[in-house]
Design a protein around this ligand. Structure first.
Ligand code: FMN
Length: 196
């Protein structure tokens, strides 16, 4: 049984990483195990309309990469260099034959996958900034699969830490890289999350 402290520590470790050790791949079986975690997620109307396309080949990773936008707040950074690129992607799609709208299934499943990955030392980044038509085209997805999110995954090659904001609504929440090239993520403190 997982303790509260273990869960909290896993959540704390589950940061977004955007620079990876490109020499380390992720086994297809591991990616399948991560997708399998989504079977246990809650689902609106229990419709379970989300599907995953595993992307690991050099050709498909090279085709997908230019469609993705990385780290909007790091305006001077063009995204991971060739030797920092993700080992794999999971492209989360909705099967529009079942529904056009999955409520919050998408986020629940992404959290399950990233927590499972973090428990294995694999980290990544949830990416929404992409053109869905481009992604569908480069992966030759059937027209009824609409890409919702791209999850980039790999073994990290950067340090990421969390800091507390000053607790005010207009605090600067933009992530940044400090003088040591550590990626710093400001999080609002508990006192700000509680109403009253
Ligand atoms: C719904 C959603 C969409 C996101 N889209 C992008 C994206 O397009 N590109 C990117 O680099 N990061 C993206 N991220 C990652 C966020 O920037 C990241 O979660 C945020 O900076 C907080 O960092 P943390 O995940 O380490 O807590 C997205 C995250 C979420 C939850």
């Amino acid at each position: 049984m997982t303790t509260f402290d273990e869960l909290k520590s896993l959540l704390e470790s589950n940061r977004s990483y955007r620079r990876f050790d490109a020499s380390r791949g992720i086994a297809d079986a591991t990616l399948r195990h991560l997708v399998e975690l989504t079977r246990y997620c809650a689902s609106g109307r229990n419709l379970q309309p989300l599907r995953y396309r595993i992307v690991t080949s050099d050709d498909e990773r090279d085709a997908l990469f230019p469609a993705l936008k990385w780290a909007g707040y790091l305006t001077q950074w063009d995204g991971p260099a060739v030797d920092e690129r993700p080992a794999a992607y999971l492209v989360q799609c909705i099967d529009t034959r079942l529904t056009a709208n999955c409520l919050c299934d998408d986020g629940l499943q992404l959290e399950a996958i990233t927590l499972g990955a973090a428990s294995l030392g694999i980290h990544g980044c949830i990416i929404k900034a992409f053109n869905a038509d481009n992604v569908a085209r480069v992966l030759s997805l059937p027209g009824y699969f609409k890409p919702l999110y791209v999850l980039a995954l790999g073994y990290p090659a950067e340090k990421v830490v969390v800091t507390d904001t000053d607790g005010t609504p207009d605090a600067d929440i933009r992530y940044y890289r400090d003088a040591d090239d550590t990626h710093v993520v400001p999080k609002r403190p508990l006192c700000e999350l509680l109403i009253g």
